[in-house]
Ligand binder design. Structure first.
Ligand SMILES: Nc1ncnc2c1ncn2[C@@H]1O[C@H](COP(=O)(O)OP(=O)(O)O)[C@@H](O)[C@H]1O
Ligand SMILES: CC(=O)N[C@@H](CCC(=O)OP(=O)(O)O)C(=O)O
Length: 289
């Protein structure tokens, strides 16, 4: 008897939570939300299942989710198996001709398809593409010293909105094409920012393995201004892999994205918490619109 009561109370709590989410469901119905899933945030099969389920739920309540993924640790493992060591400059991998082939194989072939399969296992429809497909991300070389690393200069948002009209969730690997048909390695955060700006997205969520941008005291900053980002980068508080993330946030906002959030993708249901509850965590960078 007591057990039945407890279960009933649990259900009542679940129903209450769902009911509380109504204003958020209404706010984000029809919104475009670009979610960047970093390699460090991907984790176990169970974490991937949970992420995929959340994305399918978002789709069902009217959000247009666009996934852009990373896969740095997976690329490192494959390069190591081939006896190749990578170096990073400002959070970007120095990419020679042999490395770009492995990067493309790992991102488009392995990581992207794993996410597609996970979404489809939860009942969604997803398609794995890279910035080469439909000229989604045309790039210029970022810096000759980085080799085949590209900066997106032109996107194809019309192709993504066409996918949205069939409720298909794009899963995008950060590989770009050059105007002369070269293949470029694009930092996952940079790619997500360019795509979010081209769509004038309502939200860009950068899911990583830290709880947000940390200040000098090591505490997460819940909301940060572009000026503070510049100051913390200059004094070295923001370093390594956090540089492309914060730079992406600034570029995305300049490009018309409403808001960017940098948050911990290892927290279960991180994206749902951010969109559908008051308990959204991480660091918010607000745009102008
Ligand atoms: N000020 C900072 N606040 C938080 N993380 C920082 C900061 N400066 C550097 N970092 C580093 O940035 C890392 C996130 O970047 P990265 O490893 O490239 O993530 P991902 O694989 O998710 O793209 C964190 O794990 C942390 O070590
Ligand atoms: C140019 C560049 O650095 N490209 C990245 C692309 C993958 C990525 O960004 O992965 P995470 O998001 O997991 O870090 C790389 O080669 O690692």
């Amino acid at each position: 008897m007591t057990d039945t009561r407890a279960t009933h109370d649990d259900w009542a709590a679940t129903a209450h939570t769902l009911s509380q989410a109504l204003p958020y469901f209404q706010r984000y119905a029809g919104a475009t939300v670009v979610i960047k899933l970093g390699g460090h945030a991907m984790g176990s099969d169970e974490a991937m299942r949970s992420f995929a389920r959340d994305i399918v739920l978002m789709r069902h309540v009217g959000v247009n989710p666009v996934i852009v993924h990373g896969g740095g640790p997976m690329i490192n493992a494959m390069l190591k198996a081939q006896g190749v060591e990578s170096t990073f400059v400002g959070g970007k991998r120095v990419t020679d001709a042999a490395t770009i082939e492995i990067v493309e194989m790992v991102l488009s072939g392995l990581v992207g398809k794993r996410i597609v399969q996970a979404i489809q296992a939860e009942g969604g429809q997803a398609v794995g593409i890279s910035g080469k497909d439909a000229r989604l991300m045309v790039c210029e070389q970022t810096d000759p010293a980085l080799g085949f690393v590209g900066t997106p200069v032109e996107c194809n948002p019309g192709f993504l909105t066409a996918l949205q009209s069939t409720r298909t969730i794009p899963v995008i690997a950060p590989i770009g094409t050059g105007r002369a048909g070269e293949t470029f390695n694009v930092n996952g955060d940079t790619a997500a920012g360019a795509i979010a700006a081209s769509l004038r997205a309502d939200r860009l969520l950068l899911l990583t393995d830290v709880s947000g941008v940390k200040g000098e005291d090591g505490e997460v900053i819940s909301e940060i201004t572009p000026e503070a980002i510049r100051a913390l980068t200059e004094d070295g508080t923001i370093s390594g892999g956090m540089i492309p993330k914060t730079q992406t946030a600034l570029d995305a906002i300049d490009g018309g994205v409403r808001a960017v959030v940098i948050l911990d993708g290892r927290v279960p249901h991180a994206a749902l918490l951010e969109l559908y509850t008051q308990g959204g965590a991480g660091t918010l960078i607000r745009g102008q619109r």
